[in-house]
Write a protein that binds this ligand. Sequence first.
Ligand code: ATP
Length: 514
Amino acid sequence: MAQQEDVFKKIVSHCKEYGFVFPSSDIYDGLGAVYDYGQNGVELKNNIKQYWWQFMTLLHDNIVGIDSAIFMHPTIWKASGHVDAFNDPLIDNRDSKKRYRADVLIEDQIAKYDEKIDKEVAKAAKRFGDAFDEAQFRATNARVLENQAKRDALHERFSVAMNANDLEGLKQIIIDEEIACPISGTRNWTDVRQFNLMFSTEMGSTAEGASKIYLRPETAQGIFVNYLNVQKTGRMKIPFGIAQIGKAFRNEIVARQFIFRMREFEQMEMQFFVKPGTELQWFEEWKKRRMAWHQALGFGAENYRFHDHEKLAHYANAASDVEFHMPFGFKEVEGIHSRTDFDLSQHAKFSGKKIEYFDPEENRSYTPYVIETSIGVDRMFLSVMCHSYEEQKLADGQTRTVLHLPAALAPIKLAVFPLTKKDGLPEKAREIVNELQYHFKCVYEEKDQIGKRYRRQDAIGTPFCVTVDPDTLTDGCVTLRDRDTMEQQRVKIEDLRSLIEDKVSITSLLKKLK
Ligand code: ATP
């Protein structure tokens, strides 16, 4: 585990050192849980967004996009339930003055019981070797059974308290379980309070005339309030979807783990409108489609899993997260939710407008049900970084740091180097860049010796490098080097485009999904 934490720290500093992610307002020592994307980060982020956008809007002829404003009518957040219910239970430790989410403290405690059980199992497996029957061991070992019973009882109590919004109940669990603050080590806790995660500001020029508005905590509501506009103007027939990428803001209580939990972040959300009664079929279908999208990146199926929600949000009748294996455990990157007709019905009620769909096949009107897929761009970015980062031991004893980014997501696709800065080599190299830059992102680099230039490109995940040498001027060939295998081959300049373009295009990923 400690080793994994080290790796994570290295990834965070790599992100800064190579122009992927900087702390926001860095020269003023940063701003809590807000980050900026640098010259390489923005390219990677844009490619992730393109991959998602094209999957949604190119591969599905019944999904269209929108781009709604961040500021919205304040009543929207009343209707959606966010003003009353978008809360986290928070608790402070009086000694360390640190603030925690009460639910997370308890979830961590549940995870501790799981760890204890896993340790017993691992120990026994070692002791018994091939003869080990894990199922039998789990069903009969006294220590495992004791911990399992404690875990299950705690889990049950926790679910009941969360579902009932019982803040005293949550505090009592923390006391009974003797949960201590990880910083001070004490159990000197305040009461648990609800904390609304929405940021607010004022709109209007005069104090009297100004009204309180919110920075949207999700992009989804921008889609719901445009449902009628899009359905009518696009003459959309159910089932159909509306996709949107945009910023969202949440005043997170505990913002740790780099860009995993931010106060300003970006979401890619798609709301799919379906006939009532068909929503659970569509829910399963979208789970499948979204998992395929993730796995087409080639990070290995074993690094993903679904986690079904036990405490369903006030609007949902089914919900599941796509979790990815980060260096700090399996964590949510995407949520897939069956939101029923909750949002459209609420907006109909609060706006006084009829929000329905006339189904020509059934010759009747109804309020559509909704399946939502909601993924954080930044969390996706983090999972791509974590999976791609490697410190590789080479045969000659050296190490190289390499980002094995999927070529379609890499910020730069091709780096072109003249072997030396003279004899017309720089001009030839620039000629290649000038030709290929219309097809994919290229850079020209002449500083330092070739080995160093390769390392710099490895560190930002550039899949291909090309070197121009004196022979190039006579034979029209260059050396093409592959980032992952480090193999080099001599190829004709005029073949470069066809050798590279397909491999680095988003289309190459999308084709795996058809
Ligand atoms: P969590 O339980 O981690 O707070 P959530 O269940 O509240 O997340 P949703 O409301 O379902 O998250 O949001 C959908 C997606 O938006 C998440 O899967 C995640 O990728 C992203 N997301 C949510 N909150 C944040 C945040 N504070 N920073 C970065 N990404 C976020």
